[in-house]
Design a protein around this ligand. Structure first.
Ligand SMILES: N[C@@H](CCC(=O)N[C@@H](CS)C(=O)NCC(=O)O)C(=O)O
Length: 271
C-alpha cells in the first residue's frame, strides 16, 4: 500500500502527486500543516529527517525527496512510462529533473515568501514568528526564510533568485522550440519536475516571464495544464493562498520586472 505525506500547495508535493495521477496510482493521503509544524514532530522526523514534505511510504518503507520518489514510482509502476526507454534519453531527462535541487526550489521558496506568504507570517506574534523561523532545521533555508519574511521584495537574495528563474525559463524556451516536451517527443519526469515551479510563478502573477517573450514555454505550459493528471495540482488549490499570491504578486510585478531586467544585464556583463 502506498501512503503520501504531503501538503496541498507545496511544489514538491505537487510533483509527486502529478506522477501518481499520470500513473493512475492511489495513495492514502496524510495532509501536513507546515505552518503548524506537522513536519517537525519526532514521529514525522523518523520518516523524513529533513522535516519536509513529501514522504512516500511503500508498505511502511519511507522514501523521501520528490525526485527520488518520482523515479521510484516509475520503477514500481512502469506503465505508462514517464522516463525515456534509452539511457541517453534518461540522462537528458535527469538533467531537467535535477534543476529544482540545484537552486530553483530555493529560489521558489524565497520568491513565494518575499512576495506573498510574508504577509501571513508578519501577522503572527513576534515571538511565535521567531520560534517558527528558528525551528527550520537547515541553516541556509532558515536564512532564506528570514530574509523573505523580513525584507520582502528588498531581500538581498531576491534578484539572484529571479535571475535563476529567468535563466531556467530561457533554457526551457530554447529546448521547447525544438521538441514537444522537455526530454523529447514524450511527456516525462522532466516536465513533471518543472511544472510546479512554473505554476508557482503563475500563481504569483509573474507569468509575463514566459507569456510575453517565450512562446514555446507558453505552448508547453498550456499542454501540461490540459493533461488529466493536472488535477494533482488543480484539485488541491487552497483558495485564500491562491488569492494572496495573486494580489501580492500583482502589486510586486513592476518591481520584479525591473529586477529581472537588471539581473539579465548583470548576467550579460559577467559573460
Ligand atoms: N528536496 C526536497 C525538498 C522538500 C521541501 O523543501 N519541501 C517543502 C515544501 S515544497 C517543505 O516541506 N517545507 C517545510 C516548511 O515549509 O516548513 C524534495 O524535493 O522533496
Amino acid at each position: 500500500m502506498l501512503e503520501l505525506y504531503h501538503n496541498s500547495m507545496s511544489v514538491c508535493s505537487q510533483r509527486v502527486r502529478l506522477v501518481l495521477r499520470e500513473k493512475g496510482l492511489a495513495a492514502k493521503e496524510h495532509h501536513l500543516d507546515l505552518r503548524a509544524g506537522d513536519s517537525l514532530t519526532p514521529d514525522y522526523l523518523k520518516l523524513n529527517p529533513s522535516g519536509v514534505v513529501p514522504t512516500l511510504l511503500d508498505n511502511g518503507a519511507p522514501i523521501i525527496e520528490s525526485a527520488v520518489i518520482s523515479e521510484y514510482l516509475d520503477e514500481i509502476a512502469p506503465d505508462p512510462a514517464l522516463r525515456p526507454t534509452d539511457a541517453l534519453g534518461r540522462a537528458r531527462m535527469r538533467i531537467w529533473a535535477k534543476i529544482p535541487d540545484d537552486g530553483l526550489h530555493a529560489a521558489c521558496g524565497l520568491l513565494s515568501n518575499a512576495i506573498a506568504f510574508r504577509h501571513q507570517y508578519l501577522a503572527m506574534a513576534r515571538d511565535a514568528l521567531e520560534r517558527n523561523i528558528a525551528s527550520t532545521p537547515d541553516p541556509a533555508r532558515r536564512e532564506r526564510k528570514r530574509q523573505g519574511i523580513e525584507y520582502g521584495l528588498d531581500a538581498p537574495l531576491l534578484p539572484p533568485a529571479l535571475g535563476l528563474y529567468d535563466r531556467t525559463l530561457a533554457k526551457m524556451e530554447e529546448h521547447l522550440a525544438r521538441t514537444q516536451w522537455l526530454a523529447g517527443a514524450d511527456f516525462s519526469l522532466a516536465d513533471i519536475a518543472l511544472i510546479p515551479y512554473v505554476q508557482r510563478l503563475e500563481h504569483l502573477a509573474q507569468d509575463w516571464m514566459w507569456r510575453e517573450r517565450r512562446p514555446a514555454v507558453t505552448r508547453w505550459f498550456a499542454a501540461c495544464k490540459a493533461r488529466p493528471g493536472y488535477g494533482a495540482i488543480a484539485d488541491y488549490l487552497v483558495k485564500p493562498a491562491v488569492a494572496l499570491m495573486a494580489d501580492k504578486g500583482a502589486e510586486a510585478q513592476a518591481k520584479l520586472r525591473a529586477l529581472a531586467d537588471s539581473e539579465r544585464d548583470v548576467g550579460q556583463q559577467r559573460l
